[in-house]
Ligand binder design. Structure first.
Ligand SMILES: [Zn+2]
Length: 411
């Protein structure tokens, strides 16, 4: 028998860091190593229709145990880890019977997981915590999710007396760089709704995400040799800096907002005298407010155009994803069943909102309603990342309860 802990430890040791500068899919071929391992484990376990497509997306089916046609649901997690910190040679450390102390990471002792900054730790005394040795991230985001899904599937296979409908397992690549759903065939999956196992802590059900666009502001100047620049040279770098400086400082910024307030956030800049550009993410829980944010950028651009008629300033807006809330309405049972399953697993459900997006935001927009569930992960993308085994085990219980609740439904 392999336990949820053994699975997590096995998966995190495979380096699956995504690379946003790559032009391949998956962005790093090493992700396929975990995809193929999962494919094999799904086959060994006895799941049906096991497949790993050419892009590394693994799907498999837990067959229905009920006689009536019952809605098919999906459980989704991602194999890749964040480009923000290394996941090479992850050396997970298992702290059994944790006693509530700050956790010093042995290979980099100045890296300390402090109880003060991680209040969940206080609730986890006597349980098992998994951390890094301080040199890498852990990859509990989202290998905790994968371990939970695999354990729940195994549990259902081992307990055919539990009534449930068909369940599709789906493991994706490149979620961390916004491409987790590029090669998921929603029609082929043919599910009523899906659940991503990619949330923090326990018992949380994320039913809202930001709506998101990105703006690319490009300034074209006039470049001459500086020696003959008099009256001719128009410096794109200076004009773009001026543009950025006019963005709100005290509001509408990630550093000054929380809860339901959105923001406009420049995150990448490049350029020279002739041309300079900045990428700015636009975020709000209300999709129509993104338009207001874009209007704000346009008004700044217009002012600079008037002052500098020889410069060209263009703003291109690209849609990224939309608040989950909208698309969840298509399957009104998706959320209530997650809440009920959480209660049935003995937990107090917490409905929450994410100041970001998930694979679920995009799946939902593509027509597959997909809330996000807790998976026991904490401090993602960081060497201070940790995972709670007891929270992961409770997430397995939630999935089993969810399977039962959907099994009652008839198509
Ligand atoms: Zn994740």
């Amino acid at each position: 028998m392999t336990t949820t802990l053994e699975r997590l430890l096995r998966y995190v040791k495979i380096d699956t860091q995504a690379d946003e500068n790559s032009s391949t899919y998956p962005s790093t071929l090493k992700q396929l190593e975990l995809s193929r391992l999962l494919e094999q484990e799904c086959r060994d376990m006895g799941l049906e229709n096991v497949e790993c497509n050419q892009y590394g997306i693994v799907t498999a089916i837990v067959p229905s145990t009920v006689d009536h046609p019952s809605p098919k649901i999906a459980w989704v997690a991602h194999v890749d880890t964040s480009p923000e910190f290394s996941s090479e040679n992850v050396n997970p450390i298992v702290h059994e019977d944790y006693q509530g102390e700050d956790i010093v990471l042995p290979n980099v002792p100045e890296r300390i997981i402090k109880v003060e900054e991680n209040p969940d730790l206080k609730k986890l005394i006597g349980t098992t915590i998994i951390t890094t040795d301080g040199t890498t991230l852990l990859g509990g985001d989202d290998k905790a999710g994968i371990a939970i899904i695999m354990s729940a599937a195994k549990y259902l296979l081992d307990h055919p007396e539990i009534s449930h409908g068909p369940i599709c397992l789906c493991f994706t690549c490149d979620e961390e760089i916004g491409h987790g759903t590029d090669y998921i065939d929603i029609e082929k999956m043919d599910c009523q709704c899906a659940y991503t196992l990619d949330g923090g802590g326990a018992a949380e059900i994320d039913s809202e995400t930001f709506s998101a666009d990105v703006a690319i502001v490009t300034v074209k100047g006039v470049n001459t040799h500086p020696s003959i620049g008099y009256g001719d040279l128009v410096n794109a770098i200076k004009l773009l800096s001026h543009f950025i400086d006019q963005l709100p400082h005290d509001s509408l910024s990630p550093e000054t907002t929380k809860g339901r307030d959105g923001f406009v956030h420049p995150y990448h800049i490049e350029g020279s005298v002739a041309e300079a550009s900045v990428r700015i993410i636009l975020r709000d829980f209300e999709t129509e407010k993104l338009k207001r944010q874009a209007d704000l950028l346009e008004s700044i651009a217009e002012k600079i155009r008037k002052e500098n008629p020889r410069a060209e300033i263009s703003i291109e807006i690209q849609e990224q994803y939309r608040n989950l809330r909208e698309g969840l309405k298509k399957e009104p049972r998706a959320l209530p069943k997650a809440i009920e399953a959480t209660k049935n697993a003995g937990l107090e459900p917490i409905q929450s909102i994410i100041r970001g997006g998930t694979d679920g935001s995009i799946l939902t927009e593509k027509g597959l309603p997909t809330p996000n569930l807790s998976s026991g992960q904490h401090n993602p993308h960081s060497p201070l990342e940790w995972a709670s085994l007891s929270q992961m085990e409770s997430a397995v219980d939630v999935l089993v309860e969810l399977a039962k609740l959907w099994g009652i439904e008839k198509n």
